[in-house]
Ligand binder design. Sequence first.
Ligand SMILES: C[S@@+](CC[C@H](N)C(=O)[O-])C[C@H]1O[C@@H](n2cnc3c(N)ncnc32)[C@H](O)[C@@H]1O
Length: 213
Amino acid sequence: MSSPVDDELPRRWCGPALLMAHGSWLGPWVQLRACTAGCRVLEVGFGMAIAASKVQEAPIDEHWIIECNDGVFQRLQDWAPQQPHKVVPLKGLWEEVAPTLPDSHFDGILYDTYPLSEETWHTHQFTFIRNHAFRLLKPGGVLTYCNLTSWGELMKAQYSDITTMFQETQVPALQEAGFLREDIRTEVMALVPPADCRYYTFPQMIIPLVTKH
Ligand SMILES: C[S@@+](CC[C@H](N)C(=O)[O-])C[C@H]1O[C@@H](n2cnc3c(N)ncnc32)[C@H](O)[C@@H]1O
């Protein structure tokens, strides 16, 4: 099946990857149970392999990666055999692939994809989290995610405090998905957004660390 995410997107949307590289975005998540010895990680959205390469630095057992774009998936297949830890590439939209994955299978989940439509600009992560992330995590497993196109816009137009933005726009949906308020942590990091990144200009990034009880 041809992917609705065209081959140009990874180049046009390089902002998130650059932000992650700059802000060491994954550090706090990698240090939690998400990526400790022997664990199994699910990553949604391979992109430029920046996050995936960081995951591979941790002493994980298995790294499952869902990617829908044909060209990006080819890069994932080329990258996989060169990694120190087992990679399981899964081709397709998460909307098709995630329902095939078993409950309580992952110690860590990292979700970083694009919105596929204007309507899901602010909400695509919640559909994944509500329908899949909670059930796919083992108890004690940790989810992190970002939706920088949404958060960048919210921080331009509606909020000046990134923690308030997260509390008001993200926490209610995480609780609806089944996570407990006391298990939802965040860390705020300073960053310098790339000058050519039009949708994210805020000089901070927020990192969700969401543990399943
Ligand atoms: C922002 S990039 C990920 C960047 C990545 N975290 C990195 O460090 O390079 C988003 C990726 O998600 C993929 N993607 C977008 N929507 C998807 C979907 N519904 N299912 C699976 N992959 C998707 C895109 O093709 C793209 O490779």
